[in-house]
Write a protein that binds this ligand. Sequence first.
Ligand code: WT7
Length: 682
Amino acid sequence: MIPDQAPKEDVFLGCEEMKKEAHVPSFEKYKELYLKSIDNPDEFWGDVAKDFFWKTKHSGQFLDYNFDVTKGEIFVKCMEGASTNICYNLLDRNVHERKLGDKVAFYWEGNEPGDELTVTYRELLQRVCQFANVLKSQGVKKGDRVSIYMPMVVELVVAMLACVRIGAVHSIVFAGFSAESLCERILDSQCSLLVTADGFYRGDKLINLKFLADEALQKCRDKGFPVKRCIMLKHLSKEAEETPLGSHSPPAKRSCPDLQVPWNPDVDLCWHTLVHGASDECEPEWCESEDPLFILYTSGSTGKPKGVLHTVSGYMLYTAVTFKLVFDYQPDDVYWCTADIGWITGHSYITYGPLANGATSVLFEGLPTYPDVSRMWEIVDKYQVTKFYTAPTAIRLLMKYGSEPVQKYKRESLKVLGTVGEPINPEAWQWYYNVVGEKRCPIVDTFWQTETGGHVLTPLPAATPMKPGSATFPFFGVVPAILNESGEELEGPSEGYLVFKQPWPGVMRTVYGNQQRFETTYFKKFPGYYVTGDGCRRDKDGYYWITGRIDDMLNVSGHLLSTAEVESALVEHEVVAEAAVVGRPHPVKGESLYCFVTLTDGVTYNRALEAELRKQVREKIGAIATPDYIQEAPGLPKTRSGKIMRRVLRKIACDERDLGDISTLADSSVVDQLFQNRCCTV
Ligand code: WT7
């Protein structure tokens, strides 16, 4: 399956210099280790596990699983019998055993240039222990769910690891999501406590987060679920005399005395007051391998988001080893992942993977375009970033401004560049490689999902010759296959459904509270396989190329959205009778949202209504789901059995007149009508 030799033609070979000290220095070594990970997983993962602290050791085989719905319940169990604590491994072990107490864990860089602070491993450990004690004092126990709705500040990492320390399960909700989305997630995971902040700036836009959090809690109350406590960090309204975390100097714009922070004394507690009196020592709670670690929601094709559940030992090992090998982590690296911790990329590759390795990372609160489009490269130079990880949408956005803003900075420290979130188009790849990395830095195009926990298809920077746009080969322990519509495995060059034949330690364990949905979504279509939902092509050299989603999911700026979720937000408006949403290619975002709405009788469509609908979707889901185009549709193209033909709508959205076979269409006149009234502008 993996060729014996790497291809020599039409590939980029990366950096010779790196091969000298790399963990996996050649393709041959990659292949050798890959075969070991498959043929002898106990030994392969046993070696990885040696780097960690185990309160008790595991017994029996490393992984036990069933991927076949016809043979009973789907399950994955890793390292049964072992117990550990991830926070202990990420912090105590690094401070005490590896003597990294004074090493910087995070360089925090605020939205406003000049707003910065530095946190060492020792300080992080103290802060986490204090907050863990705070959580305990508020009655949070092992297994309880805690919702976290915070901007990109160090305290977000503190809050998540404090949960981990006491065995509580964090459920982080991206701070760009709406109050409604937060409420839905709190209810689904039955969180007893919410941690949030007063507010933050995104570029020059002020987000009053506490206001949204309150709205969410009110909605929860209305639905009969009162969240007992809400702890609020003062991020913007910090008073001057308070000792901030780490050493830093707040610039003028950071403090925001005018911020209106609503306060409910029955529920609200102040982070700073609570932490003030808390001890900075806290015994970790030892957890079983398969105890829940966190829940993270991802869009589902039926509309309602799914609570992806990850568990302790397997996720820890997998994020640690993928971070180490995919970025070829070395002790003097300064690593920067631009994702938000509210997404899986931030969970695995800002918090867990880097800290498990004792790495120094940049934690960035701001935007790539604020105050100007050089910000990223300014930060790279400022901290001498060596490994840089971002998304194709950010690359395409910056590409629009040409190479001059990049070349204003040196970027000499850069060694490896990474990308994640969606297929990277070869033009963006080339620009990233040539302009940003100056042909010196290998690009790791990492394919993975919230569900996979960590990278599953990816190059290793010193071992894998790169092809622009291909995520190349499987990571250790991962066995991909390509299936045709009837579920047959295709050999050699082929295209079809991307599936995985066996689990790896970091794969999700279930959909929280809904095992049924877990099995239907990922295992029902092709019994015996984990189905990714992505299409994939394998070329003559065995390289994998992701072709995009094959379900009703859209990828907007690297974030998955379900068409059903946006549709239901639209039809909740009283004048919308029916809605259908499709993706339309977008030069920066990858895909944009093109919505068709059928109005109830007698209502006329106008600009004001359009604005209302946009606002409605924004409020229901969040800014990322804001429709780019809304078109009134007197009728929707449907099959005789009433199924909306999205394929046809996609063509209309793109103004492609060649519709293919539309013989199953019940009434073809609606199509002409829709073409005539297309939206031409945003
Ligand atoms: C979906 C997962 C994994 C963190 C970010 C997104 C797409 C992700 C790539 C890549 C092609 C990619 C897939 C996947 N995707 N990375 N390197 N090449 N496609 O996490 O929200 O769970 O989305 O993102 O379609 O299924 P997610």
